[in-house]
Design a protein around this ligand. Sequence first.
Ligand code: GLV
Ligand code: MG
Length: 339
Amino acid sequence: MPRNPRDFFAPLAVGAPAPLRELPRAPSRVIHFFDPSNTKMASKVPDILPRIDVILGNLEDGVRADSKIEAREGLVKLATATEFGDTQLWTRVNSLDSPWGLDDLLTLVPAIGHKLDVIMVPKVEGPEDIHYVDRLLAQLEAKAGLTRPLLVHAILETARGVANVEEIGAASPRMQGLSLGPADLAADRRMKTTRVGGGHPGYLVRADPSPTDPDAPRPSYQQDLWHYTLARMVDACVANGILPYYGPFGDIKDVVACEDQFRNAFLLGCVGAWSLHPVQIDIAKRVFSPEPAEVAWARRVIETMGDGTGAVMVDGKMQDDASVKQCRVVLDLARTLAA
Ligand code: GLV
Ligand code: MG
């Protein structure tokens, strides 16, 4: 199996008339984070690899300021000693305005650039940040004699970054995808939350009063704080042929809300999410894979539609050329994951 996500561009297999836009096809439903300065956590990485699509050595937030160099060196040591198989190796470097971001790139590319697939860049504000990383990588790759270009993934976690999301997605052919960074984004937007992703019980709409009983209790419905940003990010990604991801869900014990947040992102078009703890691995894999019943339904619609044009009824539901395209998205994902 090729290890570079760019190698996963492949024509869609279903023979319908209008081909969908091609997207990178490496399974990356779960991007599992670990802190390379934490030797206990790092020692568990080899055992976890068969369960995950992507392992990410995190050098940025979550790693103590006085452990930054240890984390960088720990990642080099682990990557050098480990055979990753089909699991992609990513890293999240420190931000470009930090004292460590430049040294992260200067160290990692020559030492383990041949093993790294994707460099995640945090707090990207505009295309200029990607241009800077792109030029640096080009020089470092040339110097190190690397023949396979490193890909770049940007985290959307400032209001300015969201405002520039289309330009960020288009900034370089190295762009692999974008993740939502809800914690930093909440702070930058001055939202009044203190959580890492997920919803908030105060963010809700209240049902209207009953016209017949004004004193009847009025149910309220919690809303998704991240809907706008995720939808905007998905559009920017698809427009540029790159992949969208939900980011972190910090309440590790709340597996139910984690699954709901991941599922919202999946239904909106995201292909994966971050896992901050082993319990989130299976949640992400399950949620970002299509349900067998959905796959069977999609296959039935496509078969019933014959050449993929016109309109038919399946179980009382109208299907046409557009629903065939949606079904192809589901089948295509199922096929990619089964490969
Ligand atoms: C991730 O980096 C976040 O800020 O949510
Ligand atoms: Mg962040």
